[in-house]
Design a protein around this ligand. Structure first.
Ligand SMILES: C[S@@+](CC[C@H](N)C(=O)[O-])C[C@H]1O[C@@H](n2cnc3c(N)ncnc32)[C@H](O)[C@@H]1O
Length: 259
């Protein structure tokens, strides 16, 4: 797929079509886009439900949306482990694609996102669940959440849109808000897979001046593992999929026999 076609898929909204130029809300002194204006970029990308869904998973098709959301939720339930008594936090919850399939499986599900529009759409999608809560984030911290208050934190299909410092920032913040023994899951497009490399090659064809602010930047498995290790997580596990690398780990239990 050439960069023009790719830009249309990446954009999903008329503002982001290559012929219009890519929408960059904040520009530095040299006129380059500021990718790290996450709130500006993602609030604009999620102005309508249709645009929000396109930017969450590249489709508006509700059947595909439901299937993919159930798939991610199933992976988390089977591999990371979520108990019916757990308080679960999703960083970058989008419109609640995954949350809809987890809210009924835990005590409380908290959706956190930098975009207020995404949170509104997520609240509508999860309106039948009494145990959900939504939190607007600044873009690089979990400031509204207390220390040691969450059992499981997950962040899926978000790291590709973040600068590496902010990826690590969220891992560090997850460590803070997790209770001892709590678990963190993160993923990104895997640079070391054929599918991930193909995305890397396609995206590198964007002319510099038309590179979207939210363009995917891949990770290596080592990068994600290193973030978790440096933040203090232990019992690290990784699972390379066709396109994504998934990494999860546990906050030390500090000698508590009953995590
Ligand atoms: C591709 S969507 C994925 C949404 C959801 N995790 C899912 O899998 O359906 C990326 C989400 O991350 C959010 N996001 C982008 N930058 C963020 C940041 N710095 N902090 C928190 N959320 C962010 C966007 O608003 C968007 O909802």
């Amino acid at each position: 797929m050439g960069w023009r076609a790719q830009a249309t898929r990446l954009g999903g909204s008329s503002q982001l079509r290559p012929e219009n130029g890519c929408r960059s809300l904040t520009r530095g002194v040299l006129g380059y886009a500021v990718r790290s204006d996450y709130k500006g970029v993602w609030t604009a990308l999620s102005e309508t439900l249709s645009s929000a869904k396109m930017h969450v998973s590249g489709t508006e098709d509700e059947t595909v949306f439901e299937t993919s959301g159930a798939g991610t939720a199933g992976f988390l339930l089977d591999n990371v482990g979520i108990e019916s008594t757990d308080i679960v936090l999703e960083i970058g919850c989008g419109v609640g694609r995954v949350g809809k399939h987890l809210a009924g499986r835990c005590r409380r599900w908290i959706g956190a996102d930098v975009s207020p529009h995404m949170l509104e759409f997520a609240a509508e999608r999860l309106r039948d669940f009494p145990n959900v809560e939504f939190i607007e984030l600044s873009g690089n911290d979990l400031q509204p959440l207390d220390n040691n208050s969450i059992d499981v934190v997950y962040c899926t299909v978000v790291f590709m849109h973040l600068e590496s410092w902010d990826r690590y920032g969220y891992v560090e913040e997850a460590f803070r808000v997790l209770r001892p023994g709590g678990k963190l899951y993160v993923d990104n497009v895997n640079l070391c897979s054929d599918a991930g490399w193909s995305i890397f090659e396609t995206h590198r064809q964007f002319p510099l001046s038309r590179r979207p602010d939210h363009i995917t930047v891949c990770s290596t498995p080592e990068e994600l593992r290193e973030y978790l290790r440096r933040a203090g997580f232990e019992h690290l596990q990784s699972r390379p999929g066709e396109e994504l690398i998934s990494v999860w780990g546990q906050k030390p239990n500090f000698g508590n026999a009953n995590p």
